[in-house]
Design a protein around this ligand. Sequence first.
Ligand code: BGP
Length: 448
Amino acid sequence: MSFKKDFVWGAATAAYQIEGAAFTDGRKASVWDECTHHTKYIKLGATGDVACDHYNRCNEDLDIMKEVGLQAYRFSFSWPRIIPDGVGAINPKGLEFYDRLIDGLLERNITPYATLFHWDFPLELYHRGGWLNPDSSKWFEEYAAVIANRYSDRIKNWMTINEPQCFIEFGHSQGIHAPFLKLPFSQILLAAHNVLLAHGRAAKVLRDAGSSDTRIGYAPVGAITTPESEKDAELARKLTLSITEENLFLANTWWSDPMFLGQYPEDGLKLFEKHLPKFGQDDMKIIHQPLDFYGVNIYNAQRIIKSENAEVKTITDPYAPVNAFDCPLTPDVLYWASKFFYDRYQKPIIITENGMCGTDYVNRQGKVIDDHRIVYTEQYLAGLKKAAAEGIPIDGYFHWSMFDNFEWAEGYTKRFGLVHVDYHNGTRTIKESGKWYKNVIATNGEQI
Ligand code: BGP
């Protein structure tokens, strides 16, 4: 029972969360720059202006990745660093930064896995209507083409969009992430549809520019319901793959069926009927591009409970241990998620994010003792390994995150890294979990 020989072990980050240099070398603002500077929604007034200063410390960070033994590194491009106004003029300095990063990875034998968009939407385009603008998917296509032309000689593994559910739900519906909007549901569905179109257009551009070994996916969040025992497995699968309430955030199929199966799920169409925008005739053709893997970010699961009269509900387990975010720890989630998503989409699974939020600090001996992260990761990987042993094709695992970083509305109060970052002076310290992960990688997860 083991991970396959060419299993890919990696770690992930995102541009706005680590790069800093927010207004350096021609970069312009994203919605996150605007909101960190001009709203009061971010904990302790934090901004991504400096973050991990990765833009200036790129070489040091690459050496640390090598030291941890990463086989692959998942990062995202900053749209407003490459095209500062979102469309139009390209910023050569922005392109050069990613040349340095990508070449540095390849020199160290670390495979780049690139995400086109991880939430830092260009402010200029937000002022033109953002994801509600009918041209928004074409803006994204233009951006994707710039990236594809420049880097597809060196990057073979792509994710178009990270967690569309979150930036649409949190950013446009609940108003707890940039751009902090609370739009009506019909507009949420329209923005979501435009995001799906953007994915489709970008996937085509990447495919056309790439060689035959190009692999394309995306990185949705996985909202999973897990069973207490095998006997409820079918029920849990159904709940994970159906739309049972007006909560787009939890509707895996609403986001992934169009991309992978070429249609919106029937149950969603029925449930959302009154709010549906008018879709273009060829939209589904644009959205439904060939994809190579099902990437998914997974942190925790909901549990099924049944009342005495057999009524079924899903809940957050009130007795589960929690992380520093107060989110439950549910180690079997990678097992069930891999099964359910493979079952539906028949594509190899890549866990594009999974990790543990802690409150880590450096001790007097200069170490970061984060046993909680080791225990967490070990337990979650055991579930993944079990799924692999049952024959589910699982191609890779990316730990979130390589470095402590700017955790969106939580500012710097939440730490997810395998590497500790002292934000006062930029000092990096490989945590005990980073050293442990190095051994996991070196043995292809043998000890799990
Ligand atoms: C993911 C984001 C990451 C990071 C992570 C934290 O959804 O892609 O950027 O913010 O979440 O995890 P969570 O907030 O689910 O604990």
